[in-house]
Each structure stands twice: as structure tokens, then as C-alpha cells.
Design a protein around this ligand. Structure first.
Ligand code: HEC
Length: 180
């Protein structure tokens, strides 16, 4: 008698536990569906909680400076294909920089960027097409002057960019010949 009562009580507990699990599952799925309905068009997380807009200096170090260096190294190694690739990437990086920071010192940042970089970019482009080392050296120096003219104009003259003068150790192989 006692045995069966214990047994039936255990069963009841299992049933209750089962119902509780089912209830939680229903609640969870209805929450999930109501959330996906509520999320609607803005499935992206709220910009106020998660969005990080990298500063101009963050972008300079992350997206501009390395490409400026690699452009130089590509030409040093006679890798015109890689120079063309990096030139495209550097242009894109400046474009995104201007989109992320539309105004600086009350002036349009994209306009500022274009005013100093457009000419050297076009010169670099032509030099790469022509595989013209001398023209490339001049255009690269002009681009480097463009970096510094903006830094000076925006009171960041302390950031002085130069034409690199020796190949440095790097994990990026821009020298096709060294692979053979
Ligand atoms: C149109 C303006 C502009 C141009 C062009 C420009 N920069 Fe800058 N750069 C800035 C500004 C503004 C800062 C300083 C940002 C700050 O500290 O808030 C900066 C800072 C830097 C820094 C220092 C970042 C740090 O955190 O230490 C580096 C490195 C740099 N630039 C590299 C370059 C290179 C390389 C080029 C050219 C290929 C270039 N910049 C072209 C505006 C420019």
C-alpha cells in the first residue's frame, strides 16, 4: 500500500514537472516569436548599446597607414598588381573614413580628403598602369605630402608621415620573387 502511494506520488511529481517544462517551453517559444515580430525591420542591435564608431585616429592606424606602407613596398618589389590592389583599398578606406566622420572642424571631411588625395591617387593610378617607377615615386611622395598637409591643417602636424626608406619585416609577402 505504502509502496504504491509513494509510487503514485512520484508519478504525480513527474507529471507536474513535465507540465512545468511544457509551460516554460511554450512561454519561451511565444516570447521568441513575439520578439521576432517586435524586432521587425530593425533586426540589428540597438545602435546606442553596441555601435562603436572608430575615431579618425583609429581608422588612420587601422585602415590608412598600413596601406600607405604596403603601396610603397609593392612598388619596391616590382609588384604592380599588388600596388593596384592596395591603391583601390586605400581609396576605399578614405571614402569610408569620410562617411564615418562627415565633418571635422566644421568642414566636410570627405571634401578635405578629396582635395588633398585626388591628384596623387590619379597620378599613382597612371604610374601603375604604365609601370613607371619614376612617376610612381613622385606620386607616392605627393600622396605622403597630402597626408601631412591634412595633419598640419587640422593641428595634428605632430603626426609626420614619410616615404619609407627600407623594406621592413612583415607577415605580408608582397615580394613574389622571394617565394621562388
Ligand atoms: C583629410 C585629412 C587627413 C588625411 C588626408 C590624412 N590624415 Fe591621418 N590623420 C588625420 C587626423 C585629423 C588625425 C588625428 C586624429 C586624432 O588624433 O583625433 C590623423 C592621424 C593620423 C595618424 C595617427 C593616429 C594615432 O592614433 O596615432 C596616422 C598614423 C595617420 N594619420 C596616417 C595618415 C596617412 C599615412 C595618411 C596618408 C596616406 C593620412 N594620415 C592622411 C587626418 C588626415
Amino acid at each position: 500500500m505504502i509502496g504504491t502511494e509513494v509510487e503514485s506520488r512520484r508519478r504525480r511529481r513527474i507529471v507536474v514537472a513535465g507540465m512545468a517544462i511544457a509551460a516554460v517551453a511554450i512561454l519561451a517559444s511565444s516570447l521568441a516569436s513575439s520578439r521576432s515580430v517586435a524586432a521587425g525591420p530593425e533586426e540589428m542591435p540597438s545602435p546606442h548599446t553596441t555601435e562603436y564608431v572608430p575615431s579618425i585616429s583609429d581608422l588612420m592606424i587601422a585602415t590608412i597607414q598600413p596601406r600607405h606602407e604596403w603601396l610603397w613596398r609593392a612598388e619596391q618589389n616590382g609588384n604592380w598588381e599588388f600596388a593596384a590592389y592596395e591603391l583601390g583599398n586605400l581609396r576605399g578606406a578614405f571614402r569610408r573614413l569620410g562617411q564615418a566622420h562627415p565633418t571635422e572642424h566644421d568642414t566636410s571631411f570627405p571634401d578635405m580628403i578629396a582635395s588633398v588625395t585626388e591628384q596623387p591617387f590619379n597620378e599613382l593610378d597612371s604610374a601603375i598602369q604604365a609601370k613607371d617607377t619614376a612617376a610612381y615615386a613622385k606620386a607616392y611622395a605627393d600622396l605622403t605630402d597630402a597626408c601631412n598637409s591634412c595633419h598640419q591643417a587640422l593641428n595634428h602636424g605632430v603626426v609626420e608621415i614619410r616615404v619609407p626608406n627600407r623594406p621592413s619585416a612583415s607577415d605580408l609577402n608582397t615580394n613574389r620573387a622571394s617565394r621562388n
